[in-house]
Design a protein around this ligand. Structure first.
Ligand code: 5GP
Ligand code: MN
Length: 319
């Protein structure tokens, strides 16, 4: 797929990513936005995302993100990045009306929703796919920075198994553009506010082990979120702490989104494919990181999830 060729005849080009945008989503959307604006300065180009966390504000184009989606434009080309159209949120209406749609993603659960689909589940991140698709002579410091942020967030700073030799080779080329990458990693990935650290502590203290300690679950209720004045974005990273606990095969973190509704994040080590577990409940993701939204009481949700997790663990033991 040649991005520029696909956009050649377009006048209005839109870009959207998933709700609750993470580093890869913001990085890939802003990288594509910068690239198209640079190569096609005469076109009308817009990027739509639910308001991303301020930690990403130093990526070029951040302030041009439209989180309101109030205009009625029919886009000639609409890009859906890092998700399928079901998770686009407000910008889904542009996707549905667009003349041509292009879906670029690395989620194994995404079967492709566009007129054109570029889905590579091996890739570390959608940002890495943007790197692959752009003409390298157009790379500059700001574009490199956007792609780099996406890669470090989806690989846990090159720690997760989705980091391939070529991921690091590309990242090496990117840091050659001379941005302050240690600061970028610290400020967008590791640094947490006091509030985030407090609610993380609370979630860890209140966690429960299931299935002989192979599974661990923790839940943050709406009351807790109100008490700490926390937003969903403040809960990022809690599930990774749970996964890091010795003997844990699968970590579940949930936060309450409504009276009987929870957003579920799962992380696994080796033996559980959490994208399959999330898939049963209408969600998706990757083998070792996936999520879904579930209805019911906390205990209903945990029972249903642990049933599927246990099944996979038992199948593993049989092998
Ligand atoms: P997180 O737990 O960090 O929210 O998400 C982990 C991975 O699962 C990410 O790649 C994310 O895009 C995916 N994911 C999380 N929630 C959902 C969901 O409700 N549906 C789908 N399809 N994917 C999800
Ligand atoms: Mn991603």
């Amino acid at each position: 797929m040649n991005i520029l060729q696909e956009c050649m005849d377009a006048k209005f080009i839109g870009i959207g990513g998933h709700i609750r945008p993470d580093g890869d989503c913001v990085g890939s959307c802003l990288a594509l936005y910068q690239y198209l604006k640079k190569c096609m300065p005469d076109k009308y180009i817009k990027v739509f995302l639910e308001k991303p966390a301020d930690i990403f504000s130093e990526i070029k184009g951040f302030r041009e993100i439209d989180s309101v989606c109030s205009e009625d434009t029919v886009f000639d080309v609409f890009f859906c990045l890092d998700c399928g159209e079901d998770r686009l949120g407000e910008s889904r209406k542009y996707f549905e009306k667009a003349v041509k749609t292009i879906n670029i993603d690395h989620h194994i659960s995404n079967k492709g929703c566009g007129t054109i689909n570029y889905i590579k589940s091996q890739a570390s991140s959608t940002s890495e796919l943007i790197y692959d698709l752009i003409e390298k002579e157009q790379l500059d410091t700001e574009l490199a920075k956007a792609i780099y942020v996406g890669i470090i967030h989806d690989t846990g700073v090159f720690q997760y198994s989705n980091t391939l030799p070529e991921t690091m080779e590309k990242a090496a080329k990117l840091i050659g553009y001379g941005f302050d990458f240690p600061r970028l990693i610290q400020e967008t990935f590791y640094q947490k506010t006091y509030k985030q650290t407090q609610i993380t502590g609370r979630a860890l203290v209140e966690s429960m082990r299931l299935l002989d300690g192979k599974c661990i679950v923790s839940c943050v209720t709406r009351t807790m979120m109100e008490f700490y004045e926390a937003e969903p974005a403040d809960l990022d990273g809690i599930v990774n702490h749970l996964r890091n606990i010795k003997d844990v095969e699968c970590a579940i973190f949930m936060y309450q989104t409504d009276v009987l509704e929870y957003k579920v994040s799962m992380r696994s080590n080796e033996n559980v494919d959490v994208s399959k577990v999330a898939g049963y409940f209408g969600g998706g993701g990757h083998k070792r990181a996936a999520g879904c939204t579930m209805k019911g009481t906390f205990y209903d949700c945990v029972n249903n999830l642990s049933l599927h997790i246990n099944k996979q663990l038992e199948e593993q033991e049989e092998c």
